[in-house]
Design a protein around this ligand. Structure first.
Ligand SMILES: Nc1ncnc2c1ncn2[C@@H]1O[C@H](COP(=O)(O)OP(=O)(O)OP(=O)(O)O)[C@@H](O)[C@H]1O
Length: 256
């Protein structure tokens, strides 16, 4: 479990995160949503240790990140997986080499053991027989699968995804969302995703944290987001006519 308490972060005297408190549970897919500039990226970067909190704490199963020794930090880095916007694969490396990269960095395993693990995760993301291909030879959706395989190859406790759907068509986006959700559940990973994608919110938002101007303005599940009358959430999430209609239909059906 990741426990965030009163997290503050700013730059040059300008506060960006203004006291965020929330938590994320193993086996659950949690989404961070909010308008552009609301602080989602700064929040995610704080979780993965790229920003140091000015105030407040982030603890990973009871371990407070700002108290880590160098050795504890090294250990914790091996427990996190990341899927970046645009996949961030190494273009000059094959699929197999990309996915093996974290193992080579951190594990003292034989080539055979590493290859077995790589094949296992590639199989898990339904990407067999692509080992020797280069990223440029793959579709966007396939590249995301490689990125997911690389993120889980170390068997992470925590998975962080920044806009995992960006650049994908809606159908492929949902397939990728569902894959992340399945893997999260299967391996009981604590997964946190930054997203702009309202389909993701509806489809896989087991927990949604809505940020507004660096504060947590609302949190709840995808079911609860239909019912909420929090004005900021409603005007953000239901800004399109389509989603407004979906919400009305849902509320009518449930007689709410
Ligand atoms: N390294 C930095 N130095 C100074 N200001 C920063 C830095 N990183 C982010 N900010 C500021 O923090 C605010 C929040 O930015 P952030 O990137 O977290 O927003 P976001 O919600 O992720 O937006 P988007 O949806 O557009 O990606 C912005 O005003 C941004 O200019």
């Amino acid at each position: 479990m990741i426990d965030v308490k009163n997290l503050h972060k700013g730059f040059g005297g300008v506060q960006v995160l203004k006291g965020i408190t929330t938590n994320f549970h193993p086996g659950k897919t949690s989404l961070i949503i909010g308008q552009s500039g609301s602080g989602k990226t700064v929040f995610l970067k704080s979780l993965i240790g790229l920003h140091t909190p000015e105030e407040g704490t982030i603890s990973f199963d009871g371990r407070v990140s700002t108290n880590f020794t160098n050795e504890e930090r090294r250990q914790w880095r091996q427990e996190i997986g990341m899927v970046f916007q645009g996949s961030a694969l190494f273009d000059s490396q094959t699929v197999e080499e990309n996915v093996m990269f974290p193992l080579k960095m951190f594990k003292k395993q034989s080539q055979k053991e590493m290859l077995e693990r790589v094949n296992f995760v590639l199989d898990r993301v339904n990407l067999t027989n692509s080992n020797k291909k280069f990223p440029a030879e793959l579709s966007g959706g396939m590249q995301k699968r490689v990125a997911i395989a690389r993120a889980i190859v170390m068997n992470p406790k925590y998975l962080f995804c920044d806009e995992p759907n960006s650049g994908l068509d809606p159908q492929t986006a949902i397939v990728i969302d569902k894959l992340i959700q399945e893997i999260t559940d299967e391996y009981q990973i604590t997964t946190v995703i930054n997203t702009h994608d309202m389909n993701s919110v509806m489809e896989i938002g087991e927990k949604i944290v809505f940020l507004k101007d660096g504060r947590k303005a609302w949190e709840g599940s995808s079911n609860e987001i239909f019912k909420t009358d929090n004005e900021a959430v409603v005007s953000f999430v239901y800004s399109s006519n389509l989603f407004k209609k979906v919400r009305e239909a849902y509320l009518n059906e449930k007689n709410l």
